[in-house]
Each structure stands twice: as C-alpha cells, then as structure tokens.
Design a protein around this ligand. Structure first.
Ligand SMILES: Cc1ncc(COP(=O)(O)O)c(C=O)c1O
Length: 393
C-alpha cells in the first residue's frame, strides 16, 4: 500500500490524541473499563440540553419533505439570520445573515476560511500551546504554520509575534478560551496584539486576518469576562461551533462569521461559500441547522465543568502538581514533573490514567487533562496521579 510521504509523516506527527485513544481501548480490555481513567479526549460526556431533543422531535413530528434537499452552500437563510441575531446580542457588532456561513463544525469553518485566503506558502501564525489540527488545516491549503511561543502563563509572546510577521503573513489564529490551557486572553493582551497587527497592516498595505477559533467561548468560569477580538481588530473572522457548548461534536454544526468591519467582504463571503462546496462539505448538515436555530442561547450546564475543574485543581495541587488554573474550556494543562512530558504520560498510563503530552500541542514539558468526562473517571484518576508523581525522585 502506498500513501503519500507527507501523509506518512503526518500520521507519525499528528497522532498523540489518537494514540492515547487506542492505548485506552487496549488498557480497558486488559483491566476493565472501570479501572482505566481516560482524561485524553475533548469529547463531552454530557447529553445535550433537553431542549435540543424537543426541537428535533418537533422537526420530526412536523415533517417538511423538502427539508432534506441540497440548499444554498452558505446554509439556510433562517439559520444564518438567527446566528447573526445571536451574535448581535452577544457582541457589540451588527451582523446580518450575509456575514454568516453555516459549516460542518469549527473544523469545517477553519478549513473553508484557510482555503479562501491562502496562496501557496502564505504563512499563518499559531501560538503555543495550540490545537494540533491548526498545523494540518493550514497545510491542507498549502499554507505554512509559523509557530510563536507563549510564556509560562500561556500568554503568547508579543515581541516574538511582532518579529514573526512578514510579507507572507496572511492570518493569525487565536483560540480563547484555549484548548489545551484553559487560558482566556484579557483585554490588555488583545489591545497590544491588535496594535501590532495594525502596524503591520499599515506597512504591508493590506489586511492580516485574525481567525478567532471560538468553540469554547461560552464555557467560562468565575464570571470572568472573555473579551472579543472583534472589538479590536476589524479584519476578524470568527470560526465557531456548537460542538462543545451544546455537547454535540458528532453532529458537525458550526459557523463562520465575517466581522461586519471587514471592507469589501462580499468577495471573501463568496470565497468561503465556494470553499464549503468544493471541500465537499457542500452545506452544513440540514437537520442540525434547523434543530439549533431556536436554541442558540442554550448550553449544557457550565456548572458541571466548574465543579470538575475545582475538584481536579484542589486534588492535583495537594499532590504537588503545578498549573495555571483554567478560566474557561474544559482542560487543565499542568507542568510535567519531569522535563520529558511524553515519558511522564507513559508513567501516568502505567498508573491507568490517560492524558495527552504537551508535545502534541507544541508545548513540551506539560500535559493535557480533559475534564469533560464523568465523575468516576475524574475521581478514579487521583490515585494514579499520586502514584505517578510519587514515583519521581
Ligand atoms: C480549539 C478547537 N478548535 C476547533 C475544534 C474543532 O471543533 P469542531 O468539533 O466544532 O469541529 C476543537 C475541537 O476539539 C478545538 O478544541
């Protein structure tokens, strides 16, 4: 069997999370599912809110037989309008349906955006620690990821960001609340970040897009404000989804929202709509577009995540782990007690706890714990975390 050399390399590079998933299956077979504590996946275990089922039932009970056909590649007018209204209530901006494209999740959204804006070897800045797929999505569209590191609080280094921008820089992806760190970028950061962009836009005499990847925007803790880059940078494209806040990642529903401040944006909208078609998505799933339209303000109970975060933070702190307390999303990104994070995740695995090494997120020396899992997995993991850290001298 011959596959491309590039794919062979990617299969090696990009498989940390998958590897943990497969190891998990093996371990569960060996020790029984109740004795393995899998904190590796960002796949919420909660059911979606009941109101989603009500909407789905109502669609089935009142069938519209034409509702399963192809539709405009941008999505249903009704859903785009509702998403625009939702954004108008939750931001300081005036979105219209013409600014919205319905997509197959945030992953689909990121791909259609990158396909629309990148020429071969254009650069996309990504900040560590990053959602690993950014690197592959950028490559999908012949772009090059330019990685900029963050400090030990996971705030991107703005001097390095400034130096990283050049004539080939087309876009920068930000993700706040962040996977895997749980960090939220505050207003001061966003202002300084957008000032750097403005300086380079003036120099280059063209826009640099911020692609704001926001599937966790509504999962925030302690009443912390999650400031919006839309308020600071005009050339902002939001990529988002309902995967995490409605706990429906398998349903593949999300959207792209072009900031109303992007000048001459009709061409960009034509581009993302065309990309949605030719990437083979064609249109976002029809049934889900209809099912979510009336419940955009609903979400799973964020309190459930908060309780899990608090429990894990308390317990891990007592055991001597160091970490930045997550302000949002549902991940914790502690420092590995030994320099080699891959080795430490192996030690945890021996103690039947599955997590993902920071190396997979471009940040060696850390590891990611996902707490969108059931209580048994969280509580059961503490003994393994203790044994693992105690085994290090
Ligand atoms: C930061 C980030 N962006 C995008 C995605 C993709 O989300 P979706 O399932 O909506 O495609 C994920 C999923 O885990 C994510 O963590």
């Amino acid at each position: 069997m011959t596959i491309s050399k590039k794919m062979t390399t990617f299969l090696e590079q990009g498989s940390w999370i998958r590897r943990m998933f497969e190891d998990g299956i093996e371990l569960k077979k060996k020790y029984g599912p109740d004795n393995v504590f899998d904190l590796s996946l960002g796949n919420p275990v909660f059911p979606p809110p009941e109101i989603l089922y009500d909407e789905m039932k109502s669609l089935i009970d009142n069938p519209d037989k034409s509702a399963h056909r192809y539709m405009p590649n941008a999505g249903l007018d009704m859903t785009r309008k509702k998403v625009a209204e939702f954004l108008n209530k939750t931001t300081n901006h005036d979105f219209q349906s013409r600014n919205i494209l319905m997509t197959s999740g945030a992953g689909g959204a990121l791909n259609v955006v990158l396909k629309s804006i990148l020429d071969p070897e254009d650069e996309v800045v990504i900040f560590t620690p990053f959602f690993p797929e950014y690197f592959f999505y950028t490559d999908n569209h012949s772009g090059i990821s330019k990685i900029v590191d963050s400090d030990d609080k996971f705030i991107p280094d703005l001097n390095s960001f400034d130096s990283a921008i050049n004539q080939r820089t087309k876009a920068v992806i930000i993700n706040s609340p962040n996977n895997p760190s749980g960090v939220i970028y505050d207003e001061k950061f966003l202002i300084e970040f957008s000032e750097i962009l403005k300086k380079h836009e003036n120099k280059l005499q063209r826009e640099i897009f911020v692609i704001s990847d926001e599937p966790y925007r509504r999962i925030v803790f302690d009443g912390i404000d999650c400031p919006n880059i839309l308020d600071f940078h005009d050339n902002t494209i939001v990529a988002s989804s309902f995967s995490k806040d409605l706990a429906i990642p398998g349903e593949r529903i999300g959207y792209v929202a072009l900031s109303p401040n992007i000048e001459n944006q009709n061409l960009l909208m034509d581009g993302v709509v065309f990309a949605n078609r030719v990437l083979g998505f064609v249109n976002a799933p029809a049934f889900m577009q209809r099912a979510i339209s009336n419940i955009l303000f609903s979400s799973v109970d964020i309190e459930e995540y908060l309780l899990r975060r608090n429990f894990l933070c308390d317990e891990l702190e007592k055991l001597g782990y160091e970490f930045v307390k997550p302000e949002g999303a549902f991940y914790l990104f502690p420092k590995s007690p030994i320099e080699d994070d891959v080795k430490f995740t192996e030690i945890l695995k021996k103690n039947k706890v599955l997590v993902v090494p920071g190396t997979g997120f471009g940040k060696k020396g850390y590891f990611r714990i996902s707490f969108c899992v059931d209580w048994d997995s969280i509580k059961g993991s503490i003994y393994g975390f203790k044994k693992a850290i105690d085994s290090i001298d």
